[in-house]
Design a protein around this ligand. Structure first.
Ligand code: FAD
Ligand code: NAD
Length: 477
């Protein structure tokens, strides 16, 4: 095989796991290639994976646009600002989202060039002997060879038989980023992160949104108190969240979808303009390995890896949504850096205990560490401090006083075990808690840290003080 087809490392998948791994490999002096099959709306290669193309970035662009629209319509009266005649141009909003995606995905191509990462556009398949077969969109096939391979092919939406995607009226999260007008009635199967974020987008733009959730617990991974407050706020905003439901059939006909579902009160039928199916994602392992390169999967279909992200085949690694753990871009990227360093011969570690979670609704929800219910069921003795944004001067000035910061620490050591935030800019505020927990800080450490006034971050300071009943701007228990 010629030297142009042999690499130190081949990465299959160019999402936040794969492209970061490729860049880090190149920084370490390794000759890296990245094989990615994503094709953008312009029919050209588009690096960045789910996250940049059809995930984190486009959804946040639409959340931002719809938030501005909502604010102009309903959010500025308290500031004495009267606005009338506000109009939304959906195609312009979608174009803005596409332009943002184009700039960022183009940026990854630029970074690959700057770092001398070789980029292949096509579908990669692992063959025996650490070779990757690449099949292009035109069905041209070539083979490249690597000393090490990193599989980072990510995930795709789970389909359900009762609501088959037709990409017209019944869509997955990708279709829901591209409606050409606001659906009057929008149904969403699954009240998880995607359902709530995309439901918020279209609800702010005027859709009547109903979410059909199978489980009886709302946001089970979140702290119970935060989840309860979130549900209350979403209800106030008009999101109709129906728990413990089972969709039996969704039928698309003309421009409508008819959905049959059951709950404890019996069978129901609703007619909708659009239906989004967002019931979770599954790893992209289809046709990823030849029979001569049998990669082991776990019982849920994720690629099985050891503590250095190595699969059952020596020199073949896997990261990101393809393996166990939260399906989050920042988790995939951390693994991308770490696995590149493992291949280079270092011994990196990832502190999985402090991966932040964020839901970019309004109010935003963000947390790191463990929940009260989790710690209590594990028999931990804990102290809790809570501070409401209503008592924050900055939140009052913003006119956005919903929610709170809840901090949990160990009775024995005072080490912070979990921080749970619902409220303005929770996504940014949680970073302080992540840093504190990364350094095993106590609430005392946080209480001794000076926070600028007036800032939303003072709510974290006050929650840390509240853990020992010494909050200054609320009465203590
Ligand atoms: P991916 O980003 O899925 O990238 C994998 C790439 O590999 C893709 O380009 C895919 O086309 C390609 N590929 C697949 N098979 C092959 C093959 N055989 N050969 C070549 N290429 C292949 N996470 C957050 O942290 N924050 C958010 O705000 C957030 N918002 C989201 C919103 C939505 C609507 C969705 C759907 C997801 C969101 N996520 C978010 C999750 C996040 O996008 C994923 O966790 C992240 O993209 C996973 O990164 P990855 O590199 O493992 O895989
Ligand atoms: P999810 O797991 O967050 O939510 C899926 C929901 O669908 C769950 O509440 C589940 O109980 C429900 N469900 C499952 N089967 C059902 C059925 N048949 N009928 C009704 N309800 C059903 O998954 P998601 O919202 O699809 O998101 C996928 C992944 O993408 C998540 O793991 C998430 O981490 C990631 N993501 C992250 C962000 C973020 O970080 N802000 C945003 C979007 C997506």
């Amino acid at each position: 095989m010629s030297s142009e087809n042999t690499f130190d490392v081949i990465i299959v998948g160019g999402g936040p796991g794969g492209y970061i791994a490729a860049i880090r490999c190149a920084q370490l002096g390794l000759k890296a290639a990245c094989v990615d099959d994503f094709t953008g709306k312009d029919n050209k290669a588009s690096l960045g994976g789910t996250c940049l193309n059809v995930g984190c970035i486009p959804s946040k662009a639409l959340l931002e646009s719809s938030h501005h629209y909502e604010q102009l319509n309903h959010g500025l009266e308290n500031h004495g600002i009267k606005v009338s005649g506000v109009k939304i141009d959906i195609p312009a909003m979608i174009k803005n989202k596409d332009d943002i995606v184009g700039r960022l995905t183009g940026g990854i191509s630029g970074l690959f060039k700057a770092n001398k990462v070789t980029s292949f556009h096509g579908r990669g398949k692992l063959l025996a002997g650490k070779k990757i077969e690449i099949t292009t969109n035109n069905n041209d096939v070539s083979i490249i060879s690597g000393e090490s391979i990193i599989l980072a092919t990510g995930s795709r939406p789970i389909d359900i038989a009762s609501a088959p995607i037709d990409n017209k009226n019944i869509v997955d999260s990708t279709g829901a980023l591209d409606f050409d007008k606001t659906p009057k009635k929008l149904g969403i199967i699954g009240a998880g992160v995607i359902g709530l974020e995309l439901g918020s987008v279209w609800s702010r733009l005027g859709a009547d949104v109903v979410l059909l959730e199978a489980q009886d617990t709302f946001l089970p991974a979140a702290d119970t108190k935060i989840a309860a407050e979130a549900k209350r706020q979403f209800k106030k905003q008009g999101l109709d969240i129906k728990m413990s439901t089972r969709v039996t059939k969704a039928t698309s006909k003309g421009k409508k979808v008819t959905v049959n579902y059951e709950d404890s009160s019996g069978e129901h039928t609703i007619e909708l303009d659009k239906l989004i199916v967002s019931v979770g994602r599954r790893p992209n392992t289809d046709n990823l390995f030849a029979p001569e390169a049998p990669i082991e999967l776990d019982e849920r279909g994720f690629v099985e890896v050891d503590e250095i992200w190595q699969t059952n085949i020596a020199g073949v690694y896997a990261i990101g949504d393809l393996i166990r753990g939260p399906m989050l871009a920042h988790k995939a990227s951390e693994e991308g850096v770490a696995v590149a360093e493992v291949i280079y011969g270092e011994e990196p570690e990832i502190n999985y205990a402090v991966i932040p979670s964020v839901i970019y609704t309004s109010p935003e929800i963000a947390w790191v560490g463990q929940t009260e219910q989790h710690l209590k069921s594990a028999g931990e003795k804990i102290k809790i401090g809570t501070f409401p944004f209503a008592a924050s001067g900055r939140a009052q000035a913003l006119g956005d006083t919903t929610g709170m910061v809840k901090m949990i620490s160990s009775v024995e050591t005072d080490e912070i075990l979990g921080v749970h935030i619902i409220g303005p800019q929770a996504s940014e505020l949680v970073a302080e808690a992540v840093l504190a927990m990364e350094y095993s800080a106590s609430t005392e450490d946080l209480a001794l840290t000076i926070h600028a006034h007036p800032t939303l971050s003072e709510a974290l300071h006050e929650a840390a003080l509240a853990v020992d009943n010494r909050a200054l701007h609320i009465p203590n228990r």
